[in-house]
Design a protein around this ligand. Structure first.
Ligand code: IPD
Ligand code: CA
Ligand code: CA
Length: 255
């Protein structure tokens, strides 16, 4: 199955790469920051066609078209283009993110970083890889020596302080904080040992599904801010190398 997830992630990536820095029809979703382009939809259609042909009967949850319910124990959780704002503005940081669940447990995950042509993949119990290279989280245990990453939800303007106060506290307590604009890529950089930690206050199942498995199979941990294990329906996520988890939780719960 993982080879099929890899194949369709790359196909979707080609569609996105071909559409990069071309003219787009941009639509607003919940507000003027929350965009969807015709390329998001084209990539999603290609992935869904593939799943329906190759795995007829499997359920699908996809960002742009919603739930395609069936009675199958398998479900594909699809973000066809994670980082749409970057894509729409010509910033080359975005990905395809596809997770496959069996009875609610993620068994396979792929994140394709389109412009770097880096393919991150994982199967439950088999480790995480970027191409053929096995991934391991960072061994850094000092938050002051750590680089962290976060993202902002599209409704950030409703209560900016909830996000900014945490951001400010981490700026004071780490080496640096980044904000890349693709949650799936943020997870992969934790798995790869680049970032020690990634937090976000409000994500969706398609942002989390593949990335969470990739972090866990690289030796990391993903919880909510109460340090509870989570499924893909959790809004809050904290993904770390385990070693800075407790220190990050303290800050997340203080601000
Ligand atoms: C968004 C990105 C961003 C994160 C947002 C997500 P989208 O996904 O992952 O990094 O901060 O919360 O919604 O809309 O580009 O697929
Ligand atoms: Ca997303
Ligand atoms: Ca998306």
């Amino acid at each position: 199955m993982i080879n099929d997830v890899i194949e369709i992630s790359k196909t979707a990536g080609e569609i996105i790469r071909d559409g990069f820095r071309t003219n787009h029809s941009i639509e607003f979703k919940t507000n003027e920051s929350n965009l969807v382009t015709e390329i998001d939809k084209k990539a999603e259609d290609a992935i869904i066609d593939f799943v329906k042909k190759k795995y007829p009967g499997h359920a699908i949850i996809a960002e742009e078209s919603g739930e395609h319910k069936t009675t199958s124990e398998y479900s594909w959780v699809i973000d066809p283009l994670d980082g749409t704002t970057n894509f729409a503005h010509g910033l080359p940081i975005f990905s395809v993110s596809i997770g496959v669940q069996k009875n609610g447990e993620t068994i396979a995950g792929v994140v394709y970083d389109v412009m770097r042509d880096k393919l991150y993949s994982s199967e439950l119990g088999s480790g995480s890889f970027c191409s053929d290279e096995k991934l391991n989280v960072s061994k850094e245990n000092n938050l002051k020596h750590s680089i962290l990453v976060t993202g902002f939800p599209y409704n950030v303007y409703e209560n900016p302080n909830a996000v900014i106060e945490k951001f400010g506290a981490f700026v004071k307590n780490s080496r640096a904080v980044r904000r890349l604009g693709s949650a799936a890529i943020d997870f992969c950089y934790v798995a790869e040992g680049v970032f020690e930690g990634f937090w976000e206050v409000s994500l969706n199942p398609w942002d989390i599904c593949a990335g969470k498995l990739i972090v866990e199979e690289a030796g990391g941990i993903v919880t909510n801010f109460a340090d509870e294990s989570i499924n893909i329906n959790s809004k809050q996520i904290l993904a770390t190398n385990k070693l800075v988890h407790a220190d990050m939780l303290k800050i997340l719960n203080k601000y």
